[in-house]
Design a protein around this ligand. Sequence first.
Ligand code: FAD
Length: 117
Amino acid sequence: AMSNLTAKAALGRSTWHFLHTMTLRFPDKPTPQESETLRSFFHNFALLYPCGECAQHFQRLIKELPPQVGSRMGASLWLCTVHNEVNKSLGKKEFECDKLDESYDCGCGDDPKSKSK
Ligand code: FAD
């Protein structure tokens, strides 16, 4: 039904927004603990994402392209690549990953974790 497709797209958009904002806020030089937290986050996320078809697709994707958790840039570009793979499979156009920084702002510029954004 149309309403199901609309709901699936809305869930996808808000989830991607959250995920990109999160990786862009990941530390440039994470501790081993922070890297492990991000790695297990994506593993668990892939198991729990509410759209079952999407979750299975994402589980296959991250098996091929394991999350890069060594730095903010690595994690952000990895997620951009994975999102582009999903875009491709849905017939959507590719996003230019060098536009990530200007596209996402968490609105938390003055909190204690903040650097520039
Ligand atoms: P979205 O893909 O939701 O993107 C939202 C916005 O993010 C875009 O408008 C653009 O500004 C920006 N953006 C686009 N590409 C990138 C990128 N590579 N990096 C950074 N920013 C970008 N739907 C299905 O029908 N089948 C699936 O198997 C499926 N799997 C999914 C798996 C996951 C993990 C998620 C989160 C969603 C999945 N979806 C799936 C939903 C789908 O990806 C879209 O979210 C949905 O179709 C709405 O698309 P959209 O055109 O609004 O843009």
